[in-house]
Design a binder for this molecule. Structure first.
Ligand code: DX5
Ligand code: ZN
Length: 230
């Protein structure tokens, strides 16, 4: 029951001295979404960019959805700011907010799609009572904070578990929820990751570190597509 593949390059691996150009070029190269990693030097040991940068980049993204990944604590105050700055989807880590259901509702009320993000060690029990408020579940396949890390293999059985829950929810309610994976996704492992149930793929260093972004995005999409034939 997976949906069409989405490739979401993370601009964490873009050239920060020419971000607007890199966003335009990666969308021309075939990016479906722009993955925007917000780090606060509190929830994660790194610091990136905020709503003003999102707003400045939005015109460069064209039709591509701004996929805002909040690695911040607390979460709520930033939700309306990112919604105003052009976010299409806002995801956050459940343990970084006091009231998960309230934060999800805030995102939806702001007119954005809502996602919940699980670190490699975060249990899936956080999904239990909020499936009806989710548009996306994201599994981190690295510990958050940095690009260019290696894919953690225990993400694969975890993806299969979430895929089952999402499919059961779709059978019960008719609602589809995307399953995104973030961290260490490359052309040589994306087929296995897709076979475990992911339909939405963040790729930072794999895309921006390659010589030909369009070719890399094309390969990622083709490899991910092989899973549906498996
Ligand atoms: C890590 C970020 C990721 C990161 C992925 O905390 O959330 O989105 O940019 O980078 P790669 O694809 O290089 O592992
Ligand atoms: Zn991310």
């Amino acid at each position: 029951m997976a949906q069409p593949t989405v490739i979401a390059p993370s601009i964490l691996s873009a050239n920060f001295a020419r971000l607007g150009d890199d966003v335009s070029r990666v969308v021309e190269a075939g990016a479906d979404w722009i993955h925007f990693d917000v780090m606060d030097n509190h929830y994660v040991p790194n610091l990136t960019f905020g709503p003003m940068v999102c707003e400045a980049l939005k015109p460069h993204a064209g039709k591509a959805l701004m996929d805002v990944h909040l690695m911040v604590e607390p979460v709520d105050a930033l939700v309306p700011l990112f919604a105003k700055a052009g976010a299409g989807l806002i995801s956050f880590h459940p343990e970084a907010t006091r009231h998960v259901d309230r934060t999800l509702q805030l995102i939806r009320d702001a007119g954005c799609l809502a996602g919940l993000v699980f670190n490699p060690g975060t249990p899936l029990a956080w999904l239990d009572h909020v499936m009806d408020k989710l548009d996306l579940v994201m599994l981190m396949s690295v510990n958050p904070g940095f690009g260019g890390q290696s894919f953690i293999a225990s993400t694969l059985p975890k993806l299969r578990q979430v895929r089952e829950r999402i499919d059961a929810h779709a059978r019960e309610t008719g609602r589809t929820i995307r399953l995104e994976v973030d961290g260490g996704v490359k052309t040589d492992n994306i087929a296995t990751i897709a076979a475990a149930g992911a339909d939405t793929f963040v790729a930072g260093s794999a895309v921006f570190g390659s010589a030909d972004w369009a070719a890399t995005i094309g390969t990622l999409r083709r490899e991910a597509g092989k899973a549906s034939a498996m």
